[in-house]
Design a protein around this ligand. Structure first.
Ligand SMILES: Cc1cc2nc3c(=O)[nH]c(=O)nc-3n(C[C@H](O)[C@H](O)[C@H](O)COP(=O)(O)O)c2cc1C
Length: 248
């Protein structure tokens, strides 16, 4: 990787100390990495420049790892003392069929974290692309400062087992009771037992999966960017290896 001219510049960014870079690919696969050095607090960008190289790269300075995106942008709900709050979450997954367990990774600094710890419950809501205002809105402001249910006009649906409601406009939602909590770096992993599933049978295809012809999935790509799935890209593959390796 070669370094191109460093241009002195002064820009103020409110972030933490360190050295940052952001890869930008051009059509030829070349990576241009604007790099900047900054100090703590109200950041003074003291140097900015471009490093050029080919697109293949291995780094041990992990500034961010978002290569597992796109990820369904779920909305996690929690209620405590008659207050309900929601936050967007891209870090979540099912982890067990029996018992049915769902994992969400929530940073302790989130208001939702305290509410889940105190109530021992949460809901996971899956909303389509046309509800991005709720999805993204719940991910950019904190329930510690604002009543997101009112501000974002989130339509609530009563849960049947847990106290926290689900979101009415979700194409599916889980009611979960926390069974484990594991610290994981700057996040905590809540494993919830799924005690009720809300779903609309008419959105399930004949093959038993969510129907991408009917649901415009909202997936997070990072950097405030969302993308949906193109149903034309769907491929159904054979289950046996011999047939599979002959599929083109
Ligand atoms: C698309 C998206 C995905 C996010 N995923 C997570 C996540 O998985 N875990 C997390 O702790 N925060 C995540 N966040 C950040 C929180 O949603 C955000 O900090 C939110 O304002 C927290 O709200 P709260 O303080 O009311 O809990 C995400 C934000 C966005 C926009």
């Amino acid at each position: 990787m070669t370094e191109m001219a460093a241009v002195p510049a002064v820009v103020e960014i409110n972030t933490v100390a360190g050295i940052g870079n952001l890869p930008l690919n051009n059509e030829k696969g070349t990576i241009f990495r604007p790099f900047f050095l900054y100090n703590y607090g109200f950041i003074r960008l003291i140097s900015i420049g471009l490093m050029e190289g080919n697109s293949s790269m291995i780094s041990t300075e992990i500034a961010g790892f978002y290569h597992f995106y796109p990820s369904i942008a779920a909305v996690i709900g929690a209620s405590f003392e008659n207050k309900t709050n929601f936050m967007a979450a891209a870090w979540h997954t099912g982890v067990s069929h029996s018992p049915p367990l769902y994992l969400v990774s929530v940073a302790p600094k989130r208001h939702t974290y305290d509410m889940i710890v105190r109530s021992g419950e949460f809901t996971v809501n899956f909303l389509p692309m046309d509800k991005l205002t709720i999805i993204h809105g719940s991910g950019i402001v904190s329930g510690a400062e604002i009543d997101k249910v009112n501000k974002l006009r989130i339509p609530l649906e009563e849960s049947i087992i847990v106290k926290c409601p689900t979101i009415e406009s979700a194409y599916a939602a889980y009611e979960c009771r926390v069974v484990h909590r594991y610290p994981a770096g700057d996040h905590s992993l809540f494993v919830g037992e799924v005690v009720a599933v809300h779903s609309d049978g008419s959105l399930i295809s004949e093959r038993g999966m969510l129907d991408p012809e009917q649901i415009d999935f909202a997936m997070y790509l990072g950097a405030n960017t969302y993308i949906s799935a193109n149903p034309d890209s769907m491929r159904v593959l054979p289950e046996d290896l011999e047939t599979l390796i002959n599929v083109r």
